[in-house]
Write a protein that binds this ligand. Structure first.
Ligand SMILES: [Zn+2]
Length: 281
């Protein structure tokens, strides 16, 4: 499979009409150039570099494919570059699943909980987190990359920053995509590992499972600290219903109306779901 030429991709990115697209495509292309540099300076092995390049290359193609609907300029350029044919050869599906666009939009709206950080640092974090989402990178890879780019000091804990920001963005993206199908949702369920690191706030969310659509929407709008007598977020910082505290691992899921109707699950069964180590499949 031929790798895209970064110079060619830069040109395409420059010609894109939408700032949003341009920004995200540039992030991916920058990553490709960076991998090339790491390879030539022998920081990473050729095999590792090829693996990374393949992943980013796939993300570039998927990204272009997803957004081609919106950008005529990109569509024409893709045609010129034969990307369409390449994408077809690669068997990339028509329906796009690789890149949660809501997550990228959230990043573009800015990262929160980062008031102590300089704007340079925030920009690095935004770029790296966007690339991690687009390329499907792990936390570990993201943290390693941020650590190599940001000088650590007493005030900064890069691992915390990465986990927290990525978690927050994915929480918002999960709700956004669920709420688009709100009419099919019977209940929302909070999910978290329920282990020694789970906070009381998040354990209370499990206790309060299942959540009605109305309750969830109400909480998102009004951001209460307590719900039905239980504290559900950190009252001291700028926490939200979807991101109740720093480093939160909780995520919102949903049970469809058809699952309830077909009797495969009942409201009674969903009470306190997740508290006793129960998992919703
Ligand atoms: Zn939590």
């Amino acid at each position: 499979m031929p790798m895209p030429n970064p110079n060619e991709l830069w040109k395409i990115a420059d010609r894109l009409e939408t700032l949003f697209l341009r920004k995200n495509l540039k992030r991916l292309v920058a990553r490709l150039s960076e991998i090339e540099k790491l390879k030539s300076s022998k920081v990473i092995s050729t095999a590792e570099a090829n693996k990374l390049k393949k992943r980013v290359d796939t993300a570039v193609r998927e990204f272009a494919r997803e957004f081609e609907k919106e950008s005529k300029a990109l569509q024409e350029l893709m045609y010129e570059n034969g990307w369409k044919i390449a994408a077809r050869e690669l068997g990339i599906k028509g329906t796009f699943q690789g890149i949660p666009r809501k997550a990228l939009q959230t990043i573009n709206q800015g990262l929160v909980f980062m008031h102590n950080y300089s704007s340079d640092l925030i920009r690095i974090a935004e770029n790296e987190i966007a690339v991690a989402i687009m390329a499907g990178d792990s936390y570990e890879n993201l943290i390693a990359r941020l650590m190599s780019k940001i000088e650590q000091n007493g005030k900064r804990n890069i691992a915390t920053l990465a986990r927290d920001q990525l978690g927050r963005i994915m929480q918002i993206a999960a709700y956004d995509s669920l709420s688009e199908n709100e009419s099919d949702i019977a209940y929302y369920l909070w999910n978290n590992p329920n282990d020694e690191r789970t906070t009381d706030w998040c354990r209370n969310r499990l206790y309060l499972n299942p959540w009605t659509v109305e309750d969830v929407n109400h909480c998102i709008e009004n951001n209460p600290v307590k719900w039905k007598g239980y504290e559900i977020r950190d009252p001291d910082i700028g926490s939200t219903f979807l991101h109740p505290h720093i480093q939160c691992r909780s995520v919102l899921t949903a049970v469809s109306k058809s699952a309830i109707k077909e009797g495969s699950t009942s409201k009674e069964e969903l009470k306190g779901f997740g508290l006793e180590g129960k998992k919703f499949e």
